[in-house]
Design a protein around this ligand. Structure first.
Ligand SMILES: [Zn+2]
Length: 317
């Protein structure tokens, strides 16, 4: 293992189609990018995946001038008992012990978090929520996930799943109010919020209300033109999302909620969510600022590097 006098971190953001590594030099001022490279994800061959990451990290070591610890952001989670990767959109990784395999190949520390946690950490440290005592990063894209940071440190919890708000149950009274079905979720449960409030969820709502299930950006444009079905869809989506965020306020009371993922580009969320969240809260309770991301999707690798830094500084102290 490496000594604790570390001078750099590699952050790797792994997606279904591409892998991005960003190497950072660490100094008193924070992380400074020195290297960035993208490769295609070897999605179906674990050995090739390990070899590709190893070669990528070696090129980054050369750019940085020394071998650095590796943080990785991955969709899905690792099984808390076995450490095996679950529900990843990279089939080669499903059921694999990813961190030990990479630690052995790279002969250094490898820390893995999920991509939503890495997003939250990146926005907490130097991002949209810089300087705030607590924050919640909420990703709304193909899925809905998040991470909670206190003092710009990610709180992972007992199972490493703190912040998985997309798998809270959608509130029964709102499903009944909008006549929505209880739909199954890939996590194995039923009625998870993600099925209604993610990008595909919004399209599902539109089909449910008699529309064609268009993409969220298209639906937002149609609602601006007063299309009644798109307007109804955005209204129900906003209400479900606002209820979820009111639950975040009641459970964690974050000083800000930073949005990420594709739906973070929808202007009406910033304009209309605060009042909608307030309607689901106690009278007088403050709604935290709901902020656009500073780094957004580009922060995945940065967040992964910060996760490695956080993990290694905690284990060294
Ligand atoms: Zn679920």
């Amino acid at each position: 293992m490496m000594n604790t006098d570390l001078h750099g971190y590699h952050g790797i953001d792994i997606g279904g189609s591409k892998i991005e590594l960003v190497a950072f030099a660490a100094d008193g001022a924070g992380l400074r990018e020195v290297f960035r490279e993208r490769i295609a994800t070897p999605g179906h061959d674990f050995l090739l995946f390990v070899q590709s990451i190893t070669a990528l990290v070696e090129r980054a070591d050369e750019a940085l001038g020394l071998p650095a610890p590796v943080g990785i952001g991955l969709p899905g989670i690792a099984d808390p008992a076995s450490g095996r990767q679950l529900s990843s959109n990279v089939p080669a990784l499903n059921g694999r012990l990813v961190a030990p395999a990479l630690e052995q190949a790279l002969r250094r520390a490898v820390v893995i978090g999920n991509d939503c946690q890495c997003f939250a950490l990146s926005e907490a440290q130097g991002g949209a929520a810089e300087g705030l005592p607590t924050m919640f990063g909420a990703i709304l894209g193909t899925g809905a996930g998040g991470g909670y940071c206190v003092g710009a440190r990610l709180q992972r919890g007992l199972n490493g799943i703190a912040g998985e708000w997309g798998h809270w149950s959608a509130p029964a009274h709102l499903l009944a109010q909008y006549g929505l079905p209880v739909v199954g979720c890939p996590c194995g449960r039923r009625g998870c919020l993600e099925r209604y409030v993610s990008g595909p969820g919004m399209s599902m709502l539109h089909r449910h209300f008699g529309g064609d299930g268009a993409e969220p950006m298209v639906l937002a444009a149609r609602a601006n033109m007063h299309d009644p079905v798109a307007t109804k869809t955005l209204g129900a989506h906003l209400d479900l999302l606002a209820h979820a965020f009111s639950s975040l306020v009641l459970s964690l009371d974050p000083h800000a909620i930073v949005l990420g993922g594709g739906l973070s580009q929808l202007p009406h969320l910033y304009q209309e969510l605060p009042a909608a969240v307030r309607r689901h809260l106690f009278p007088g309770a403050q709604v935290p600022p709901i902020l656009p991301p500073r780094f957004g999707d580009a922060g995945g690798a940065r967040g992964a590097a910060l996760l490695a830094q956080q993990h290694l500084s905690a284990s060294a102290s």
